[in-house]
Write a protein of this length. Structure first.
Length: 251
């Protein structure tokens, strides 16, 4: 049985004070929740303050991105070591917004993934097809490419610290959620790819989160599917009440 993983990707939202207000409101609402890994991913500038606020709570801290070197002349970048220093245990890598707006390739994302894991961070590694790719029948090819190139070189042990987040781009921020059947079909396909490439034990243990317009009122039907092990939540993670409800409905 895979433990559900519910993460809030706050994207480029909330100042430090607003971030603190959100986690301080969230903490009491989920403090009795056991059996779900709960993660929040604020912007870089709020990480350190939010880490302090989360001390002693059952909420883990993640970043939204990181770079492939520990330190050096890489203006504007942040290393996994710096994220850990700021209190993170997780980072997101390969979000479709990074792929789309910053041209991050599968190869570069694989480098990031391996470096983050080697540095001791846990990673939510995002994949997913665009509407055009789905409608032209290329969805499976895209997922094969993203999984094969993105996860290349990982060891069996790396999958204890890697979650795959399937986020169909057409469902992100659009209010259009994949149906539970669509999500299950994609997740089962992805788990099959992992089985082919890394074996049964890895396929059984790796968590696959769904992301794309997840809300408190649709999360339970998604989580009811056998291959859906959690969610990566954008808009609905920005309000404490709603996110807490969503976490509770993920059990
Ligand atoms: P929304 O939940 O706002 O659709 O965003 C999903 C997402 O991109 C999470 O990483």
């Amino acid at each position: 049985m895979r433990k559900p993983l519910v993460a809030g990707n706050w994207k480029m939202n909330k100042l430090v004070g607003e971030s603190l207000a959100l986690v301080n409101a969230l903490k009491p609402l989920v403090k009795d929740v056991e059996g779900v890994d709960i993660v929040v991913c604020p912007v870089f500038t709020a990480l350190h303050a939010v880490a302090d606020a989360l001390k002693g709570s059952n909420i883990q801290l993640g970043a939204q991105n990181c770079f492939t070197r520990e330190s050096g002349a890489y203006t504007g970048e942040v290393s996994p070591q710096m994220l850990k220093d700021a209190g993170c245990t997780w980072t997101i890598i390969g979000h479709s917004e990074r792929r789309q707006y910053f041209n991050e390739s599968d190869e570069f994302l694989n480098e990031k993934l391996r470096f983050a894991l080697a540095s001791g961070l846990k990673v939510m590694f995002c994949i997913g097809e665009t509407l055009e790719e789905r409608e032209s029948g290329r969805m499976n090819d895209v997922l094969v490419r993203q999984i094969t190139n993105g996860l290349m070189g990982l060891s069996e042990a790396d999958f204890d610290n890697t979650s795959i987040a399937y986020e169909p781009v057409w469902a992100i921020g659009t209010g259009v959620t994949a149906t539970p059947e669509q999500a299950e079909e994609a997740h089962a396909f992805v788990r099959g790819l992992v089985r082919d490439q890394f074996g049964e034990a890895v396929a059984d243990k790796v968590r696959i989160q769904y992301g794309g317009s997840v809300k408190p009122d649709n999360v339970a039907s998604l989580m009811a599917k056998p291959n859906v092990d959690g969610s990566l939540v954008g808009g609905a993670s920005l309000k404490a009440d709603g996110f807490a409800e969503l976490v509770r409905k993920s059990l």
